[in-house]
Design a protein around this ligand. Structure first.
Ligand code: ADP
Ligand code: MG
Length: 243
């Protein structure tokens, strides 16, 4: 492990019952790096992300954060360190935008209400929603809701953010505003692992690209060389099909 490795998957095998869905997956993500995971539906992208914050258990191998196996620590503490945003925003429908953001820091981290609120307002400014503080989720567009979900994850001050197809449920005209927020986060030096089908975005924001296929990593490459000169037939086929 390099000294600046933040997240490390080391030889991960994952089964659902008798079906093996991850095969010896190894991947190290460095501090401030943006790794984009692409690949066909069912290839194991979501499962891999979910293993990192213990939403799934693995049958062999080890996942480490900052060199410490994730099994060793408290799961709540782990999830404070890893922010995760999903396709479905999962905001609390009966709470306002600002309450959605302050709830976890105020309870889990025992942060003073006023401090949590000020921090939430800053985060809402960062995602361009300072004027929606007291709205309810159903008053917002999908793109706005997803930006609230990102702000909510950031409110826990995670060291790592995982994004699983966060624009897949959005109308096309709302995708850009969410990708913009993610680009800004990357530019600020956040360590990110992003599963996406948005290839233009992947190419823009990714430091490295991981192609998954049938539960395996088919190729890992620096972004430009991955897209212009892939090493494996599998990656060539994948790129040929999406172009
Ligand atoms: P992707 O995110 O790349 O589309 P997934 O990680 O969701 O792929 O799925 C990988 C494989 O694991 C698929 O074959 C899927 O059907 C299977 N799978 C995912 N979640 C479950 C589950 N909870 N129970 C059983 N099989 C699952
Ligand atoms: Mg998925």
């Amino acid at each position: 492990m390099g000294s600046d490795t933040l997240l490390e998957f080391d030889g991960i095998d994952k089964y659902f019952d008798d079906t093996k869905v991850l095969h010896d997956v190894s991947l190290a993500v460095n501090e401030a790096e943006v790794v984009v995971i692409i690949g066909p539906s069912g290839s194991g992208k979501s499962t891999l992300l979910r293993c990192a914050n213990r939403l799934e258990t693995v049958q062999s191998g080890e996942i480490r954060i900052g060199g410490i196996p994730i099994q060793d620590g408290n799961v709540d503490h782990l999830r404070q360190r890893i922010g995760m945003v999903f396709q479905d925003f999962n905001l609390f429908p009966h709470k306002t935008v600002v309450e959605n953001i302050t709830l976890a820091p105020a309870t889990v981290k025992d942060i003073d209400d006023q401090v949590a609120r000020e921090r939430a307002m800053d985060l809402l400014g960062d995602v361009g929603l300072e004027d929606q503080t007291d709205s309810y989720p159903n008053q917002l567009s999908g793109g706005q809701q997803q930006r609230v979900a990102i702000a909510r994850a950031l409110a826990m001050e995670p060291s790592l953010m995982l994004f699983d197809e966060v624009t897949s449920a959005l109308d096309p005209e709302l995708v850009g505003e969410v990708l913009t927020v993610m680009r800004e986060l990357a530019a600020d030096g956040m360590t990110m692992v992003i599963v996406t089908h948005q290839m233009g975005f992947a190419r823009d924001v990714g430091d490295r690209i991981v192609l998954m296929s049938d539960g395996e990593i088919a190729e890992i490459g620096e972004t430009e060389s991955f897209f212009t000169d892939p090493e494996t037939d599998r990656a060539e086929q994948f790129l040929a099909r999406i172009h």
